[in-house]
Design a protein around this ligand. Structure first.
Ligand SMILES: NC(=O)c1ccc[n+]([C@@H]2O[C@H](COP(=O)([O-])OP(=O)(O)OC[C@H]3O[C@@H](n4cnc5c(N)ncnc54)[C@H](O)[C@@H]3O)[C@@H](O)[C@H]2O)c1
Ligand SMILES: [Zn+2]
Length: 366
């Protein structure tokens, strides 16, 4: 097991990555929260509970009160939040209650937000069960839900008291979800961790074969990278922006395909390929580096094909939530293992990058 410390101005907690964590949760949480309160809640989804509920309950003398969120973005809403809050009141929840968010990023974001606002804030624990939620969404304190107008438009910063990323739970994840989640680790390597890039290049078979040690290594490195960035820039005023490599066009692709055709990581992968094009043109990476980086992305593919127009993607990227005051911020890799944020990517340059990426996305190499 590996332990990674998150220490921001507003919170300090540990992220544990390893196998067998969910079978031993109760004593682990007790060690951090003290004696467990009268009401412990677990927010999960019916499918995850069916697969892993028994293992989850194994270490609890008194089972937590289970609350269920149906799967899918369409349930990541204020309506779900209200329903969960009311169920917690009905079950006797109070300010001392603890909530455990047990599931993918959707359960984590909703559970975190519920914890941020229930009785003005209670303690919560993240137990992420998808690759993406283990390396990304469970760490950093961002919580929230969608509005009909767009994704993640309502939320708050509320850090968990601990995160337990159990790599064994990934055993039941679909291959496609795993591969898509791994793109966030590819990103982590590109922006901050050359050694992770090398490991992912050399160990793709073990990682995709779900070797527990290999997964633990990738997950711990990815979390360490994110924690390091979040520790220095909790509220995304500067450095935290680099976590958005591939996300400008990635979000535009998701929006243009109405969040239906691609998983988030797949869209980010295409977005990174577009970013490689701009970085290469501007000379922040060499052509050999661009090729090596693109090969790594395809190693964790296949990526779905895209039938979109470049101009449409550029237009969609203009409404990115990360844009402040109309300035489009764009993350470029600098060599392998570093990145920079620029604000001068003109629409024409972005469109050229989108066109390059879309040409790749039709003839999909992988
Ligand atoms: N808060 C943040 O900083 C942050 C960062 C990135 C993404 N997010 C959010 O995370 C969400 C996406 O998270 P996700 O990719 O985990 O998707 P998800 O929560 O929808 O989970 C994907 C699917 O996998 C299933 N699943 C989960 N664990 C499983 C397991 N162990 N075995 C089998 N099936 C399992 C789920 O039921 C679901 O159908 C988005 O809403 C996104 O906005 C938040
Ligand atoms: Zn992402």
């Amino acid at each position: 097991m590996q332990t990674i410390r998150v220490a921001t101005p507003s919170a300090k907690y540990d992220v544990f990555a390893g196998s067998g964590l969910i079978r031993t949760l109760a004593p682990r949480i007790q060690r951090i929260a003290g004696r467990l309160p009268r009401r412990v809640f677990v927010l999960t989804s019916p499918a995850i509970w069916a697969l892993w509920g028994e293992a989850f309950l194994a270490s609890f003398a008194e089972p937590p009160i289970a609350l269920f969120l149906p799967p899918g973005e369409k349930h990541k809403t204020l309506r779900s939040v209200e329903s969960i809050l009311r169920q917690m009141i009905a079950a006797g929840g109070d300010r001392g209650s603890v909530l455990i968010a047990f599931g993918g990023g959707i359960v984590g974001d909703v559970g975190g937000f519920v914890s941020a606002i229930f009785m003005r804030g209670i303690r919560y624990v993240q137990v992420p069960t998808t690759f993406l939620s283990q390396v990304d969404s469970s760490v950093g304190g961002k919580t929230g839900v969608n509005l009909p107008e767009g994704k993640n438009l309502v939320g708050s910063f509320h850090h968990p008291i601990a995160v337990f990323a159990d790599v064994e739970t990934l055993g039941t994840l679909s291959d496609r979800e795993l591969r898509a989640g791994l793109m966030e680790s590819v990103k982590a390597g590109f922006i901050r961790d050359r050694a992770l890039v090398r490991f992912m290049e050399d160990s793709a078979d073990a990682i995709l074969g779900r070797d527990l040690k290999a997964l633990e290594k990738v997950i711990a490195a990815s979390i360490r990278m994110k924690a390091g960035v979040v520790n220095r820039d909790e509220r995304e005023s500067g450095l935290r922006m680099i976590l958005n490599l591939g996300h400008t066009l990635g979000h535009a692709i998701e929006q243009a395909t109405r969040y239906k055709a691609l998983l988030h990581g797949e869209a980010v992968a295409w977005g990174m390929i577009a970013a490689l094009y701009i970085a290469h043109r501007r000379g922040t990476i060499t052509s050999a580096q661009a090729q090596r980086m693109e090969s790594l992305i395809h190693q964790y593919g296949p990526l779905p094909q895209l039938k979109l127009r470049a101009a449409k993607l550029v237009a969609a990227s203009g409404s990115d939530k990360k844009n402040i005051g109309g300035v489009r911020r764009f993350v470029l890799p600098v060599g392998i293992g570093d990145a920079t944020v620029v604000e001068d990517v003109a629409p024409a340059e972005l469109e050229a990058a989108a066109a390059f990426m879309l040409a790749r996305a039709k003839g999909n190499r992988a």
